[in-house]
Design a protein around this ligand. Structure first.
Ligand SMILES: [Zn+2]
Ligand SMILES: [Zn+2]
Length: 131
């Protein structure tokens, strides 16, 4: 069972980002969508590369996916793949994709930092003793 991914890099043309925003009916602007992406499919011979760029803002789990190959780019709303693995992870790809499923479990992105260097507990001493 391979966990490899295609990872073909791609820079989504702006017009397709705008199309994805429109399809997902999100109150979002193109600036909130990643332009530099990597194919999320498992290794594949031929066929289109695929990456999701924006989830639809409802509970359907649908997302706007960008598909591309050497000749063509297109954007399409896709239902989520319904497959679940033994660890109860849901496949991250779209419904009826070909090739292997994509399970979460890679390194998670770092949560954003709000810039605070550390936690300061109140009430542990007189004011002014923070250091
Ligand atoms: Zn690919
Ligand atoms: Zn799948």
């Amino acid at each position: 069972m391979s966990t490899g991914r295609c990872r073909e890099p791609f820079r989504v043309p702006t017009m397709f980002v705008e199309l994805a925003v429109a399809l997902a009916a999100r109150v979002a602007n193109a600036g909130s969508v990643a332009l530099a992406v990597q194919c999320e499919r498992g290794p594949h011979d031929g066929g289109e590369h695929a990456v999701h760029v924006l989830y639809v803002d409802d509970e359907s789990g649908r997302a706007a996916w960008v598909f591309w190959d050497a000749e063509e780019v297109r954007v399409q709303l896709k239902d989520p793949c319904p497959e679940v693995n033994a660890a109860s992870d849901v496949c991250l790809l779209f419904a009826e994709h070909s090739g292997g499923h994509l399970w979460p479990g890679g390194p998670m992105p770092e949560p954003y930092s709000d810039g605070r260097a550390g936690r300061q507990d109140a009430g542990t001493g007189p004011a002014g003793e923070a250091r």
